[in-house]
Design a protein around this ligand. Sequence first.
Ligand SMILES: C[S@@+](CC[C@H](N)C(=O)[O-])C[C@H]1O[C@@H](n2cnc3c(N)ncnc32)[C@H](O)[C@@H]1O
Length: 218
Amino acid sequence: MAKITIVGVGPGDPDLLTLKARDAIRSADYVAGFETVLKPVRRWISGEALPMRYRDQEDVLEQLAAHAESGKLCVVCAWGDLNFSAKELLDRVRRRADVQLIPGVSSVQVACARLGLAMEASIFITLHARDGHEAGLQELVERLKRRRRNIIVLPRPFDLMPAAIAALLLQEGIAANTQLRALQRLSLPDESIREYTLGELAAEEAEFSDLTILVFPV
Ligand SMILES: C[S@@+](CC[C@H](N)C(=O)[O-])C[C@H]1O[C@@H](n2cnc3c(N)ncnc32)[C@H](O)[C@@H]1O
């Protein structure tokens, strides 16, 4: 079976790419990934870049698997770390090849570093799932009602963004004075971190970046 290496490229700052990931990208004949994901690693691609969009990813991965089958070194780049909220892409590649995973720095690790949170004292909930956000939202409500750990939430760009999440939580009876932070574009030059109450967030009219994490500290 063809072999493909999947690397996590980190949360945006090219300096957060691991040396192992850089070497895999540099020595690859073909490097596939969503266009935004290839951006931080462009300078290391010496083979052919295969940018993909959501609608043509199956075709691009099929091409990549054919190259891998013929013995070429093939890499797929994923944002942040592969083991966090990237399962759909991993499954698409696994259907076509044996995969080797090179973990990266996750945006969640950067969030923990910025706020001084221990990962073992935190839970992560992603609303990013393509098969719906209901289960994630329900878990978030339950966790907020009996909170023991920090809760780190990934919104779903672009249809379930922070203000809409806050409004849904208020409807579910979570107190309007619940404190949280919105962390945007972590590790990038325009990174921002802002404190809100849930009530303030629900009323926020400013647009949020698609790279946003919400944190409810204990
Ligand atoms: C499909 S998930 C991928 C997460 C990725 N595998 C990781 O480990 O960071 C994309 C979501 O991660 C979060 N995210 C990724 N990079 C970020 C960054 N630099 N700053 C803030 N949030 C980020 C956002 O919530 C975004 O919608």
